[in-house]
Write a protein that binds this ligand. Structure first.
Ligand SMILES: [Zn+2]
Length: 101
């Protein structure tokens, strides 16, 4: 796993800038080096969806096993934070917008 790069000039985006982009509605990122506007690929959008779903699935499973609710919340938060940390690494950008699905 690696941080995404600019498809034009190979500039490596910082974790923080990709992280902020993932919360933007347009999800576009501008390369600070060459100024190219880029959008996340369909595949990285799908991976991002998966990362947000995993903590939910895990906590549901823990609840089903009868774990205390407090514990489940803790695990949920832990996996959510982990997911957010990993999020910028699953991104890859292209210089044209792809349809969502
Ligand atoms: Zn660039």
């Amino acid at each position: 796993m690696d941080l995404p790069k600019c498809c034009k000039c190979n500039y490596k985006f910082s974790w923080g800038s990709v992280f902020r982009t993932s919360f933007k509605f347009s999800q576009e990122i501008k390369c600070p080096k060459c100024g190219t506007k880029m959008y996340p690929t369909m595949k990285s959008r799908q991976k991002m969806g998966l990362i947000t779903i995993i903590p939910l699935v895990i906590s549901f499973a823990l609840q089903a096993f009868g774990l205390p609710f407090k514990f489940t919340i803790l695990i949920f938060l832990l996996f959510s934070v982990l997911g957010m940390i990993l999020l910028p690494f699953v991104y890859s950008f292209v210089d044209k917008e792809e349809p969502l699905w």
